[in-house]
Design a protein around this ligand. Sequence first.
Ligand SMILES: C[S@@+](CC[C@H](N)C(=O)[O-])C[C@H]1O[C@@H](n2cnc3c(N)ncnc32)[C@H](O)[C@@H]1O
Length: 242
Amino acid sequence: MTRRVDQDEPAARRASRTLRWPSFWDLAYAAGDHLLYWDPPATPPELVELLDAGLIPRQGTVVDLGCGAGREAVFCAGRGHPTLALDRSLPALLHARRRARDAGASMLCCQADVFAPPLAAGCADLVLDRGLFHLLPRRRRPAYARRIGRLLRPGGHLLLRFAAGDDPEAGLVTASEAELDRLFPQPGFHRHPPRSITMTAQAEDLPAQAVLIRRRARRAEPAGRRWSPAPGKPDRRRRPRG
Ligand SMILES: C[S@@+](CC[C@H](N)C(=O)[O-])C[C@H]1O[C@@H](n2cnc3c(N)ncnc32)[C@H](O)[C@@H]1O
């Protein structure tokens, strides 16, 4: 199905054609399908709560990995955080750039692969991943986790959101707490308990988990402040899938 999204859509389509192999993602963003299946209609509450909780420095740098159409990156930029929105899909970044412009927010957009981000070690106070990690097969996750560990400044946080269960048809692979602890091991990292959330889009509500992980500044550092907003509060009213 194709849908007109906005006046940037023809630009997104042109950009997609210039890529040698337009990916599933390029075509989906060019058609506007992201709005139906994964792009959140409002800023996800777990991100709002995290920034409100004061765990991230006011001027802390945010890196959104697999930013898509940029809902979360634009929100962080609007709150005054230096923000970098990274995605492999150029059409996604065109949407993100337009959103930032409409919101009067200023952020950097970067087309890159998360396995080779052109970013300095220790550059991020907050790394966001909403819906990319669960696309990665388990064998690729250790390399991804090492990348994130390198991007995080000591004391920096990762906010990870992924499907609560496997969905082979959609290519989603969940993660257990044991897997997360292998990927982000003690004593270098502190993991908060996972929270049940809903990843909401126009046509789909996906039961998911939100996990906050902190790169410890010092090995002997205490666990830190709790991140304990209302348990299991969904993004919005649940709607049946499909
Ligand atoms: C399900 S979408 C989520 C987008 C956004 N985070 C959101 O919540 O709306 C996954 C995104 O990851 C991007 N992506 C997938 N693999 C990637 C990779 N290896 N490097 C960079 N981005 C990637 C896709 O282009 C897509 O925009």
